[in-house]
Structures are given as C-alpha cells and as structure tokens.
Design a protein around this ligand. Sequence first.
Ligand SMILES: Nc1ncnc2c1ncn2[C@@H]1O[C@H](COP(=O)(O)OS(=O)(=O)O)[C@@H](OP(=O)(O)O)[C@H]1O
Length: 303
Amino acid sequence: MATKSKFIDYIDEALEKSKETALSRLFFTHQGIPYPITMCTSETFQALDTFEARSNDIVLASYPKCGSNWILHIISELIFAESNKKYEYPEFPILECGDPEKYQRMKQFPSPRILATHLHYDKLPGSIFKNKAKILVIFRNPKDTAVSFFHFHNDVPDIPSYGSWDEFFRQFMKGQVSWGSYFDFAINWNKHLDDENVKFILYEDLKKNLTAGIKQIAEFFGFSLTGEQIQTISAQSTFQAMRAKSQETHGAVGPFLFRKGEVGDWKNLFSETQNQEMDEKFKQCLAGTSLGAKLKYESYCHP
Ligand SMILES: Nc1ncnc2c1ncn2[C@@H]1O[C@H](COP(=O)(O)OS(=O)(=O)O)[C@@H](OP(=O)(O)O)[C@H]1O
C-alpha cells in the first residue's frame, strides 16, 4: 500500500500507545459508541465536523475487520494504473483517526483522496452526502468478522488482549468493542445501500471472484482500465500477494493484519451456543432486510 510513510508511522505510534494501555482503559465513548483511545480522540471528532468532502473523494466504509485494507490496496492500484502516479497516503487513511489538524492538511491534498472509515452511517460527516462523494460499503459475515477482530487483539503483542475468545464474543455481541456493534453498523447501513452514490460489496464475493469484484469497483468509481490491467491488479491483490508484502506496506503489524484471509474460519472458534446466539441476533436485526439477503448468511454462517 505504501512505502515507509506516514501510514506506517501512524500504526507504529498507535501500537506504542497500546503497549501502555490495559484493555479496561482502551475505550472512550463518543456519541454512544466506544472507540480505542490509541487511535481516536474527542478533539479529532470535534474537528471532523468541519471536514469538507469533495465530490471525487473515494469513501470506503466498513466495520472493522471486513477487509478495508484489501479494498484500500485495490483502489490505490486502480489509481496507479490510470494515472501512473503512486498513491502516497499523506495521512493515515482512516478518516476519524489522527490529530485534529489532519483535516486542515487534507485540504491541500490532490484528488482523488481515499477516505476509509469505520464510522456508522449516521456518524459520517454531512459533507460526504452534501457533496455527493461516492461511498463503497464493504461487509463481511459477522462470524468471521468477530473471529478476525479477536485474533487481532490477542495475536498482536502490543494490543490489549482479551482473557479468552468467550470473553471477546460476549463483548462483541454487546457492541462493547472498538467502533461499537457490528449489528448496529449493519442496521444503520441497511436503509441506505440503494442510495445514490452508494455501492455494496461483500468480502466473500470478492474472495470468490476477485477479478469481477475489482471490475465492479473500477466501474463504480469511474476508472476505465483494460482487462489486462484489471487482471494485473487482481494478481497483486490476492491474500498471498498482500501478506507477502505486508511488512513492507504495514510495518510490524502487517503479518497480523493479513492473518488468514479465509471464509469460514469462525468454525474453529464458535461453540454451538455462540452459533445459536449469533444466528438469533442476526434474525432479530437483519432477517428479511435487503442487507440481510446481501450478506448471504445462510451460505457463510451456517455449518
Ligand atoms: N487480499 C485479501 N484477501 C482476503 N482477505 C484479506 C485480504 N487482505 C486483507 N484481508 C483480511 O481482512 C481482514 C482485516 O480486515 P481490515 O483490513 O478491515 O482490518 S482493520 O479493521 O482495518 O484492522 C483480515 O482477516 P483475517 O485474516 O480473517 O483476520 C485480513 O486477512
């Protein structure tokens, strides 16, 4: 994604802060949602209200662990293929993370700017909608998302760990994890997936047919690339290719972030009771909805 850059500096800085942070002190709550103090501050949230989006910003919205780094990579490769200019990540790409002055600096950045975010729909800065920026929304099945989230906490040495998978699962189901509840995030987006300038993409579909997914993403954002260029990007965007370069692109956390990249890893951790609990929650929150169908829960979350 980037050579040693602000991007890696920012991750290293957050990891350094994490070292001194116990899990019990990791979160602060802003407008009802828990965020990690190692990455977000209330000052930055305040400054975010003044953020001015552009119509040609590329917005990537996802709950944590649904594949945002994958899509970020694909987008930066699309930009490179079209313009022959490497996207340099002048700031950490997660919009809500960083110091409050970042939005001032971002005014100077050339278009297109990539804005990744884990914010829930109703917490996104209004200028994204007012100025009609295009938003790609990435979803992944909730069981694999939870398992990926747990491993990230418990595998990365500098990030506060949970006592056990069972403990993490309890907190995940209550929405007491960074960026809040997966299900609230989903319920919020469900009403907006057919809005103008919004496109939905499913992690599992991208896994099944990466080339087709990249083609759709390119079309949505108006990149006109040849079939050969799409194939090249596809070859560079497989899990294996990205994991092999992960230390170079993401620093020390790279191999933990690009952990397994599989569909169905939840089967290794979920107990029967946890399965039933999540199936029930899915039913309550999303059964019969447009997003509920799009997530293909039956295919990806049933044994
Ligand atoms: N190319 C490719 N193919 C398949 N899967 C991939 C790819 N790149 C990233 N990933 C997987 O995405 C998971 C990390 O999600 P995020 O990038 O959204 O994480 S974060 O929220 O920004 O920390 C994490 O999932 P798990 O492996 O299940 O933990 C990554 O491995």
